[in-house]
Design a protein around this ligand. Structure first.
Ligand code: PRX
Length: 582
């Protein structure tokens, strides 16, 4: 029997109090995610249960119980406190998926500070932009990545503490501290910060069409939404072995790779090594993974490697599969059913901003391959007319996916950007403050995605309503890429768009004009690509650069990415009357 049981029944008698029941949480108990994912599970008598099964590069591995989680997160909390970190300070976690990432995440929350996880493959520029925006006070990193921090440190006056948690302690600079939590004296008792439901917890940076990335701020009561969706959608039970393939630098890796499952006391696996189909299947086989949450790009890559590879492994432990991050094509759903003992991937739709799943397919319900499913109970969703912003009632009509504010894991603001936050709500008055917006159920929060709803209520994704590039499930902002491109000595102007890709759905393509004295060449193309990879990340690196004599612009001088994208995708270029035609 699945945890959700009947979707219809859950819809009819829903209230968010059911999240408390699912967690066994009583009024008056401490609501601190760090403690809920470790201390509380131990207090319930499950301290000896395995919390984390970890495998890294070069045959490194580790196994940790919930009691280890408790002790090591206490260790980080105490260490950061001793370093002068205070509740509300932003502490960045900048490392690969090593165990300390998970321990420190919970430790930061236990201290009442705000965890700011960033993808370790970010280059120095991506890092700088996000640390500067958040006014980050401390960064936890490893020997492998600290060099990028050193490069930008002088430009970040608010960054006071640099902690290296792995590597060689003898080669650090004077202003860096070394801390190996597993070697340090154990901290059995830590006085956990008395967070309230509205105490900030996690700050995730996400990209939009314009401007630099924005920090979506979450709070400790997000755990209600994360735990309940983990239970009802991923169907996790205490004896499951769960694998979320996402990196906690992105929201899936924290909401469903840390908070949801551990708040429910479930064993998680983490694989920190490069992707190959065999490595992944081996990991499932060795650890007897039962529930697997992944992404369409990975599923398509597995599919490309074919059915024969699957047969080399015993994957009979699997019982439930789910996916998030980009459109999950019908072929991938059907293929998974054919090769994984009849198990089809359940698509789930949500965002950094929503903090938890919003539209999903449910255990035990019919999957319509290609559809994202239906709204989670407790979520009021619709699609709004593209122009009038009125809810559409006609099945099959394409509109903007929108939600009524007020679900627990909703982001509380974009860090120091109240105007952009406001712009996400249809019907908001010009002076509405974030706290009003997030509770006003007469408004619609607009996701920025287009979809249609069929006559039975299933949602079908159509595409994004903006220029953000979704490559392998990761959003990349064109503005960030364009800003970095024009820093290259040869580039005069630049535009970045997503171009279709068989596995990654989209990859970045850049169009550039060159400064006088530079000639287009393959070598220059490679040089520019590497320039972006190092400064931003491998994800943001253009896979192709097209040289142009001039870029299409409006009369006011704005580059029209829409035009370039339409040409690239072979679509109608639309109304170009606003373009500069001289
Ligand atoms: O465009 C949608 C796409 O990813 C965006 C959210 O990205 P991010 O904030 O990085 O969070 C990703 C993980 C929650 C959405 O606005 N997206 C996410 N899930 C789906 C999707 N597109 C189609 N189908 C999905 N299931």
């Amino acid at each position: 029997m699945s945890n959700i049981g009947s979707y219809e029944k859950r819809l009819s008698d829903f209230d968010w109090g059911q999240a408390r029941e699912t967690l066994g949480w009583k009024d008056g108990e401490l609501l601190n995610i760090g403690a809920m994912c470790s201390d509380r599970i131990c207090a319930e008598g499950h301290g000896e249960r395995t919390a984390l099964i970890w495998e890294g590069f070069g045959n490194k591995s580790g196994k940790y119980t919930f009691d280890d989680l408790r002790l090591y997160s206490n260790g980080f909390a105490q260490f950061l406190k001793d370093q002068g970190i205070k509740p509300g300070d932003r502490v960045c976690i900048f490392m690969d998926k090593i165990p300390s990432l998970y321990f420190s995440f919970l430790g930061i929350l236990k201290l009442g500070a705000i965890a700011q996880p960033l993808f370790s493959a970010f280059g120095d520029e991506s890092l700088e932009v996000r640390l500067a925006s958040a006014g980050t006070k401390a960064i936890l990193t490893t020997k492998k990545h600290v060099k990028k921090v050193r490069k930008i440190r002088e430009r970040l006056p608010e960054l006071e503490t640099i902690v290296v948690v792995e590597g060689n302690p003898s080669k650090l600079r004077d202003d860096e501290v070394f801390f190996d939590v597993e070697e340090a004296p154990k901290v059995d008792v830590f006085d956990v910060y008395k967070s309230t439901p509205e105490t900030p917890s996690v700050l995730h940076y996400t990209s939009g069409t314009t401007g630099q990335p924005k920090g979506a701020l979450h709070v400790h009561s997000s755990v209600w939404g994360q735990a309940l969706t983990t239970s009802w959608v991923l169907d996790l039970k205490p004896d499951d072995v769960y694998w979320c393939t996402a990196d906690p630098g992105w929201v899936t890796g924290t909401s469903y790779g840390i908070i949801g499952p551990w708040s429910l006391g479930v064993t998680q696996c983490v694989l920190d090594s490069g992707f190959t189909s065999r490595r992944w299947y081996q990991f499932i086989q060795d650890n007897r993974v039962t529930v697997w949450y992944s992404a369409p790009t990975a599923i398509r890559a597995l599919m490309k490697d074919g059915d024969e590879v699957v047969k080399e492994f015993d994957l009979s432990s699997l019982r439930f599969l789910a996916s998030v991050g980009e459109p999950l094509n019908a072929e991938a759903v059907i293929w998974s059913g054919e090769v994984f003992n009849g198990l089809q991937f359940h698509d789930t739709f949500w965002q950094t901003e929503t903090g938890a799943m919003m539209i999903t397919n449910y255990p035990g319900m019919e999957i319509r391959p290609g559809s994202m499913g239906m709204p989670f109970p407790g979520i009021t969703a619709c699609v709004l007319d593209l122009k009038t912003h009125e809810p559409l009632t006609e099945p099959g009509k394409v509109g903007l996916i929108a939600f009524r504010p007020g679900w627990p894991s909703m982001f509380r603001q974009y860090w120091k950007k109240p105007d952009i936050y406001r712009s996400k709500f249809v019907g908001a008055s010009d002076d509405a403050m974030p706290d009003q917006l997030r509770t006003d159920t007469s408004l619609w929060y607009v996701s920025g995605d287009r979809a249609s709803i069929d006559k039975d209520g299933y949602y079908w994704f159509v595409g994004r309503d903006d220029d953000v590039i979704n490559t392998g499930g990761h959003l990349v902002g064109p503005f960030e890429i364009e800003s970095a491109l024009v820093e290259h000595p040869a580039v005069a102007e630049a535009a970045a768009i997503g171009k279709p890709d068989e596995v990654n759905m989209e990859v970045v393509k850049a169009f550039v004009t060159l400064k006088p004295g530079f000639e287009p060449s393959d070598d220059l193309e490679l040089e520019i690509m590497n320039f972006i990879r190092k400064r931003l990340s491998p994800l943001a690196m253009p896979q192709e650069i097209e040289y142009m004599d001039k870029l299409p612009k409006t009369r006011s001088g704005k580059i029209v990415r829409r035009y370039l994208k339409a040409l690239e995708w072979g679509e109608d270029v639309g109304d170009l009357s606003g373009l500069d035609d001289d």
